[in-house]
Design a binder for this molecule. Sequence first.
Ligand code: GLN
Length: 378
Amino acid sequence: CMSKLPNTGTTIFSVMSALAAEHKAINLSQGFPDYDCSDELKALVNEAMQLGHNQYAPMPGLLPLREAIAGKIKDLYQQHINPDTEITITPGGTYAIFTAIAAFIHPGDEVIIFEPAYDSYIPNVLVNGGKPVLIPLSFPDYHISWDEVRSKITPRTRMIIVNTPHNPTGSTLREEDMAELEKLVTEHNLLVLSDEVYEHLVFDGARHESALRYPGIYRNSFVVFSFGKVFHNTGWKMGYCIAPEHLTKEYRKVHQYLCFSVNTPMQYGLAKFLETPAHYLELPAFYQQKRDYFLELMKNSRFTPLASQGSYFQLMRYDRISNEGDKDFAIRLTKDSGVAAIPVSAFYQNGKDDHVIRFCFAKKETTLEAAALKLTKI
Ligand code: GLN
């Protein structure tokens, strides 16, 4: 077979968004906001274009943007990150993840991945010749069993991928998890890929446990962020990867021949936008309110919510409604009830099905109301 990914189909996000469009359903499946990003941010990008900032940006990213990111990290996580040597601007978080894997995974290297897993991790590892080592998160609270992680470590283990706040479940890593991770990283000299694209979407007063806070973890880490996820412009495909100098050096060897550099006017716009800390400090409350509103609206439904501590996703069990598999249920929900969601089994290689679907609540109140109206009738 010529395929490098014989068992990989079309990503569930494309499948469900297309089905939602076909049936004119309210699309709470693929994760993106149905409201626009800030007018101020758009004006800043526009201004950069008008000023003629329309040619290649430097390969690692525009320096003012990297400096603004370093400033934010200093404020939020009290760590000094060198904008010259530790920050690379990327066309989105997914790209940033691929690049880290491509730069460091050799054929046969084992990569620990927790399931349910964001759907790009496993194909990214496979296409680079790596071997995914899959570990299920506990159900229904989706925590990591560190004993199990330890039992899966071999001399070939090279990387562990963590994701907090977690897609699709909305679980978050806690301080105890970070302590366990730090121990493992130190004992086995593992690389860490920390997917933190929902960085600012952490609820109930909890703090975001970034790998950047822990020097013992960070020294072996790629920490991936996304502007699209937090500033409501997923279509811009803007993100960044933070890694210590010796890792960033290798990372940029791949990056420079993958996309070379990222679009210039948006980098100027984002650099200025980050000068106002309120633009990111307001995000936890903004999204918590949406989560709480959605939960309130769904109280009268027969869906049972699981805990969402972060991200813009809410998992719901539907066992009081149906005993169908989650894919069948999600398709029927889209066609017959007019609301699209993501079946969580899509994030397991073996299709483990706990009868749970994922709703994205990054939506206008009117959208959440219209969706809840349909969902409470089932
Ligand atoms: N991260 C988004 C989600 O989980 C989708 C991204 C994509 O469609 N590739 O829904």
